[in-house]
Design a protein. Sequence first.
Length: 157
Amino acid sequence: MTRRGDLIEMDFPARPAHTQPPPEGLIETLRVKPQEILGSAEDLLVVLDNEMTVQAVEPDFFALGRVACRGIIITARGDQSDFVSRFFAPQVGIPEDPVTGSAHCVLIPYWASVLRKNDLHAFQVSKRGGELFCKHAGDRVKISGKAVLYLEGAITM
């Protein structure tokens, strides 16, 4: 973690998405028609047509918990940002996460490739939501945002 003015920046491994057929029940439980479905190490990336569609998704969380993956990332180009997203992980007890670093490890390489740029501005449009400033740096991603630091510590051996 690094402070950058009023932002906190975190550095994570990039997790590029790959082509994958949709698992059984995914499209029916999201109740939308995806433009593209990709997979990553643990999650699915579902690309939708626009920001309004991402905001309007009301999944069947019970059925979504039976889809074979840890979490589902839905995304689209943003109206006032490069992209927007939401993250659902009912299989691990999180119906919807408000702002998700691990999802952005997948989203940043995807949108950097689509938009042909490495510095990206994003919003996770959950109810609480969050604004993120993202950088694609090869096999790493840097995610910055405003956050309240409530605990700091050190591990010694």
